[in-house]
Design a binder for this molecule. Structure first.
Ligand SMILES: *Cc1c(COP(=O)(O)O)cnc(C)c1O
Length: 386
């Protein structure tokens, strides 16, 4: 028992998911079919949005969002550099220019006051990221977008279950992308969901995710017509399989409970870690929001603690505790740094956060006592430096 490792994240799969997957495997229909349709409907009902289209990943969902808006060469898309690679990669993939906008020091979300300075007559869209589950100020962002006639695409990979002003993230989005990667708030092994509130676009997404064909194979089973699918546009292979959807359906049923456990554990972290000198908790004070608690982020002040972030993570590892960090700002990655000639300090807040953040273990599969083990280790590390 003594050497048990507490990983920083883990999926939580139980008998229900296994049973559902087995049913699909036995059914003879493995790829996209009625189970995917059911997952989409359940997801749509959960969010209360007009369209939810299942795809192979959040990356695919973000990519399709740009394609739907005809964004390409010569266009500019504004986004946060403090995010996962795919948020900006999709902008590059369609041939557009990535325009990073620094983050707010406290929320680690895009700095709304900076956005206007980044808008030019080439700006077509802004991709916002609800970092760690803390919603961006989407009302203010939408106002700016309307004034300048640009699209708002939400990378909601962290924000399943998050709310702002009693509205779920994604419920009234122009475009929102969710992820079911194994360590997200729910998983489907892999997969994503693209939300749009325009029914016409919902149909276009279905064509783009399935080779660009006019009719999905699945629909053949539902009508008496012969299957006669034709190429409408060169499309992608971005569909979700029924095997994945079977997992997703069971996980979605558990989402509220999963997020409740995350919130409970986060509360313990906050109570126990609030008064440690040199550790700052990422808990922006916004009383009109519900946080999905996708990540529990602390910031290390090297000058006070005596350890750098990496050294601190190593100390945790020595005590059998996993950790990770989100993120190394994208402007520091070779591709972006070279292409756009960025300096470390091109985005000062994102640069500073990149050196300070640690994501602590937080997931529903974790035992309550594991939280206290992590807390004890952190206090122990801080103590030895004094
Ligand atoms: C996980 C993640 C993605 C990518 O999700 P996939 O489903 O793996 O493509 C994109 N953006 C953010 C912020 C993420 O955390």
């Amino acid at each position: 028992m003594k050497n048990k490792i507490i990983p920083y994240a883990q999926p939580y799969i139980k008998r229900e998911e296994m049973k559902s997957v087995l049913q699909v495997l036995k059914s003879g229909w493995l790829t996209s079919g009625k189970v995917v349709e059911k997952f989409e409907n359940n997801f749509k009902d959960y969010l209360g949005c007009a369209n939810a289209v299942a795809v192979s990943s959040a990356t695919a969902a973000l990519h399709i969002s740009l394609i739907l808006n005809n964004i390409g060469k010569g266009d500019e898309v504004i986004t946060s550099p403090f995010t996962f690679a795919s948020t900006a990669n999709v902008i590059e993939l369609v041939g557009a220019t990535t325009v990073f906008c620094d983050i707010d020091y406290k929320t680690l979300n895009i700095d709304v006051n900076e956005i206007k300075n980044k808008i030019t007559n080439k700006t077509k869209a802004i991709i916002v990221v609800h970092f760690a589950g803390i919603p961006c100020n989407i009302v203010a962002i939408k106002q700016i977008a309307e004034r300048y006639k640009i699209k708002v695409i939400e990378d909601a990979a962290h924000a399943l279950g998050s709310e702002i002003n009693s509205r779920k993230i994604g419920s009234d989005s122009e475009f929102a992308a969710f992820s079911f990667y194994p360590i997200k708030n729910i998983t489907a092994a892999e997969g994503g969901m693209l939300i749009t509130n325009e029914p016409v676009l919902g149909e276009r997404i279905k064509i783009l995710r399935w080779y660009g064909l006019s009719e999905a194979v699945w629909s053949r089973k539902k009508s008496d017509k012969l299957y006669d699918s034709v190429v409408l546009t060169p499309g992608y292979k971005y569909n979700m399989t029924d095997i994945q959807a079977a997992i997703g359906i069971e996980q979605l049923k558990k989402l509220n409970n999963f997020n409740k456990i995350r919130a409970d554990y986060a509360k313990i972290y906050i109570e126990e870690l609030s008064n440690i000198e040199g550790i700052e908790l990422h808990i922006p004070n916004m009383n009109n929001i519900i946080n999905s608690w996708h990540l529990f982020v602390i910031r290390i002040n090297k000058k006070i603690i005596g350890f750098s972030r990496d050294e601190f993570c190593f100390e945790l590892k020595k005590r059998n505790i996993g950790s990770s960090y989100h993120y190394k700002s994208l402007h520091l990655h070779p591709y972006y740094k070279q292409k756009y000639s960025f300096f470390d300090n091109s985005f000062p807040n994102a640069f500073q956060a990149s050196q300070e953040v640690i994501s602590l273990p937080l997931y529903p599969k974790m035992k309550r006592k594991d939280i206290f083990t992590v807390i004890k280790a952190i206090k122990n590390i801080c103590h030895i430096t004094k």
